[in-house]
Each structure stands twice: as C-alpha cells, then as structure tokens.
Design a protein around this ligand. Structure first.
Ligand SMILES: [Zn+2]
Ligand SMILES: [Zn+2]
Length: 200
C-alpha cells in the first residue's frame, strides 16, 4: 500500500489539508495541486472544516473513471540539488510567522501614508520561521534534495511539477490528460487522482 500522507498539503495555515481526511465514504489527500482518493480508510477522520464539497470529489472521480487511461511511459526527470530549506538534512521545523500571520508581507502606516505589501522582516517574506527540528522537510520529502523551483517535466504534451510526477509515477500508474488539457488523470492500486498542469 502506498503512503497517502505524502500527497497531503503542508501549509502552516490550511492545516486541515495536512493529513488525509474522509468525505463521502472516501479517504482523500490533497495539497491544492494534486488530489488523490482511495476507498475509506477508517484511521482518518471525517472532514469538518474547509469548503471541499462531496460533489467536487465525485466529479473528479467520474472524470478519471470515464477517461481512457494508459500505462505511464518512463519520463526523464530533471536533476535535483541540495534542498536549501533543510540544508540537505531532510528535517526542519517550520512555524507560522506571527508578525505577518504567514502572509510574508505586512502593511504599515505613518502619519503621512499607508504602505501595503512590505516584505515582513521577521520571516524575510517567507511567512514562516525555520528552526532545527525533526519534522520531515516537506520541500524534499525528507530526502535532502529537490528540484529547482521552476523545474518542469513534460508528460503527454503538458508541463507538470516534477516533484508530483515523481511521487505519482513511483506507483506505475495508468494516466491520461483531461479533455480540457489542464490535468493529468491517474489511477494506481485502488487510488484515483488528478494533478494540475502548470501554466507554461
Ligand atoms: Zn528539504
Ligand atoms: Zn513574517
């Protein structure tokens, strides 16, 4: 069985996406770019926050079920480099920045003007504060290396984030591009999912 927790979100603020949840008799993990669902796994709890509607999930599932999926071909992934978030350690603890509430920017007022969108000095505009710690680094999935920020990989004529293609392709999926050409549709084991294409 694959590890569904790898498909979760990692935000400091939309924390309800940071673990799989149950909705409509399915277990779901999503990070906003990628959504995967499996038959109900009872160890996870029913979604009670956020605004993910069961209809939205069912629409995705029927789109994937209706598509003609084919075994994924090998795609050459770009080179990785040392993860600068955790300095290659694979572990780091991040806490939300209190000054900017995780926005990375702040507004300020003087007697003359109001300024919007200034870089937060507490977190250097990152929105979080990094400390040595033993949480798995979400940027590199604990491996200590990652793809460059703008790295893309072409799959079936569309561009995707190689980090997510690597994750999905580990499981020998069957895949197709959606009719609107905006998503990769995939299935493996008892999992069904979609991955959004990048704009380029
Ligand atoms: Zn890392
Ligand atoms: Zn900040």
């Amino acid at each position: 069985m694959f590890d569904i927790t790898k498909y979760c979100g990692v935000g400091v603020y939309r924390t309800f996406l940071n673990k799989p949840f149950n909705l409509n008799n399915r277990t779901i993990a999503t990070n906003g770019f990628l959504l995967i669902c499996t038959p109900l796994q009872e160890q996870y709890s029913e979604l009670t926050t956020g605004n993910i509607k069961p209809e939205f999930i069912e629409k995705i599932v029927s789109e994937v079920n209706a598509a003609e999926l084919h075994p994924a071909l090998h795609v050459p992934l770009p080179e990785k480099h040392t993860c600068e978030d955790c300095n290659g350690k694979g572990q780091i603890t991040k806490t939300g920045c209190e000054e900017c509430c995780g926005q990375g920017e702040v507004d300020a007022e003087t007697n003359y003007n109001t300024y919007y969108g200034l870089d937060c000095k507490s977190c250097d505009g990152e929105g979080y504060i990094k400390k040595e710690g033993n949480d798995t680094c979400e940027d590199c999935f604990g491996s200590g290396e990652k793809y460059s920020l703008h790295a893309t990989v072409k799959v079936l004529g569309r561009s995707f984030n190689p980090k997510f293609i690597e994750l999905i392709y580990q499981n020998n999926p069957i895949v197709a591009i959606s009719k609107d050409r905006k998503k990769l549709l995939f299935k493996f084991d008892d999992a069904i999912g979609v991955l959004c294409a990048m704009e380029t």
